[in-house]
Ligand binder design. Structure first.
Ligand code: 4AD
Ligand code: MG
Length: 460
């Protein structure tokens, strides 16, 4: 089907003006007046709609009544002309074909729908401006991430989705099994023996462990893929299925990886400012005042950094009544993170050197024996977007961390081997793609960053 995409038509309007073009799209609004009728068309390539003008001497009332229906899919051929509004281009229709009629039960009507309502129609909500913009930003952000790592010589690796170990040790693994309910099975051993892999298997919570395997052979790698967590928490920031970007770098200590994380966030933010200006402006108007200035700051100014111990002091001295009281050793709750980001630093902040007992087994023990070389990057409005650490590269210390947590040693033998054969300091982090999307769009709920959100009791 020969057609001009509406983005191309709008961006290069001068070269199309006066010419006959064919465009396709869905009707977003329409208007009927005495001699002419109008339809605003959108084909998903741009936020702006393109106006089609129907001269009523060329189209019968019958034809028009089908063409002007909200949601109908059209193919229109006509002359491109300079529109009434600045920088707009309009099409004076000569011929129009109804590619797909839309009936009155179409769930998207002209009014502004609530986000809650739109969540009930995930297959159609992508046709709204908000979700069109969201998924263009998501696509562009993903591209920017690949570009960032590619330009710096990182290899993109594909780590397995089905795994036999729990990277975070948090017991949030979804089981992968082919064995259904069978009362004849008498024990766990019997159950797994009958199962596909002959042992327990699950969907990965993180590609890190395999990422370390690759980094200790190829130097620097990153993964970019889906990860899964059976988190019971029904919050606006947790999804059961989300995408993670996990670089892993050999010969890098905590400060080196913090440097890479900072560069990455700044570089991908700048990419969005350069390539998604229209979408960001839309999000600023609809979802977060000051969004663009915020992102410009992120791209250009230094991030803050605070030791966990000092952060706890700041929280204790804040005079705030937190629902969860703060003391050294406690995990920082969302309310604590939000106080640090929204009220103290007002920009991204790395909280460094957490107590070992609240963090994962693989993090490098600091010389104090109490804390680990780990950091979370917290951002205003969202909280944690990156979990980052230097990895424990000492065989005995790592073994002890696995033992202390009561984890199954046999699941981690390969991982321990990396510490037996040419162990090197190495570090990495995980960025949650959807969390980053919340931050750069100002959208408040992670369910609105995914096509089909996956949460507890929600498999749309
Ligand atoms: O802090 P986390 O659990 O770290 C890891 O998984 C490490 N293995 C990463 C690494 O060092 N390679 O998760 C990393 C990030 C979080 O900071 C957050 O952005 C995101 O993944 N994340 C989630 N996003 C959405 N829904 C959830 N349930 C998430 N859990 C983590
Ligand atoms: Mg974390």
């Amino acid at each position: 089907m020969k057609r001009v995409e509406l983005k191309e038509l709008t961006e290069n309007r001068q070269s199309y003006e006066g010419k006959t073009v064919t465009v396709c799209g869905w009707v977003r609004t329409s208007r009927d007046s005495k001699n002419v009728a109008f339809a605003e068309l959108n084909d998903g390539t741009a936020l702006k709609h393109t106006q089609i003008v129907f001269d009523k001497t060329k189209f019968s009332d019958g034809e028009l009544s089908a063409l002007l229906v909200l949601g109908a899919a059209l193919k229109v051929t006509g002359t491109a002309v300079k529109g009434m509004k600045n920088e707009a281009v309009e099409i004076l229709a000569e011929r129009a074909e109804l590619l797909g009629a839309c009936d009155g039960s179409y769930p998207l009507q002209k009014k502004r729908h609530t986000m809650e309502y739109l969540r009930t129609i995930p297959h159609l909500r992508v046709r709204t401006n908000t979700f069109n913009a969201m998924f263009r930003v998501r696509s562009e952000l993903s591209y920017a991430i690949h570009e960032f790592f590619h330009k710096r010589g990182f290899y993109y690796v594909h780590t397995p989705i089905i795994t036999g170990s729990d990277c975070e040790g948090a017991g949030e693994i979804f089981k992968v099994t082919t064995v259904g309910y069978a009362p004849a099975i008498r024990s766990e051993e019997e159950y797994y023996a009958a199962d596909f892999f002959g042992r327990a298997a699950g969907l990965t919570v993180s590609g890190q462990l395999e990422g370390e395997v690759m980094a200790t052979a190829m130097g620097k790698i990153y993964t970019f893929g889906p990860t899964f967590r059976a988190e019971n928490s029904n919050t606006t920031r947790h999804a059961a299925e989300f995408w993670q970007i996990e670089p892993e770098v050999a010969f890098a200590e905590l400060d080196d990886i913090i440097g890479i994380a900072t560069d990455m966030i700044q570089s991908i933010t700048q990419h969005l400012l350069d390539h998604c200006a229209e979408e960001l402006k839309f999000f600023e108007e609809r979802f977060e005042a000051g969004l663009i200035a915020k992102l410009e700051n992120v791209a250009h100014s230094e991030f803050a950094r605070v030791d966990y111990t000092e952060a706890v002091e700041i929280l204790r001295k804040s005079g705030k009544q937190f629902a969860y009281p703060v003391s050294w050793g406690c995990d920082l709750q969302t309310e604590h993170e939000r106080y640090l980001t929204d009220e103290v630093y007002k920009k991204p902040v790395f909280v460094v050197n957490y107590p070992k007992d609240i963090k994962s087994f693989y993090m490098k023990l600091n010389p104090d024996g109490k804390t680990v070389a780990a950091t979370d990057l917290l951002v205003p409005g969202v909280g944690e977007i990156i979990g980052c650490s230097e990895r424990e590269n000492d065989y005995e210390k790592l073994k002890k961390a696995i033992e202390d947590r009561g984890m199954k040693m046999s699941d981690y033998e390969n991982y321990l081997d990396l510490r037996r054969y040419g162990s090197v300091p190495h570090s990495g982090f995980g960025l949650g793609l959807e969390r980053m999307l919340l931050y750069v769009t100002g959208i408040g709920n992670i369910r609105d960053t995914q096509i089909f959100a996956r949460n507890k009791n929600n498999l749309a």
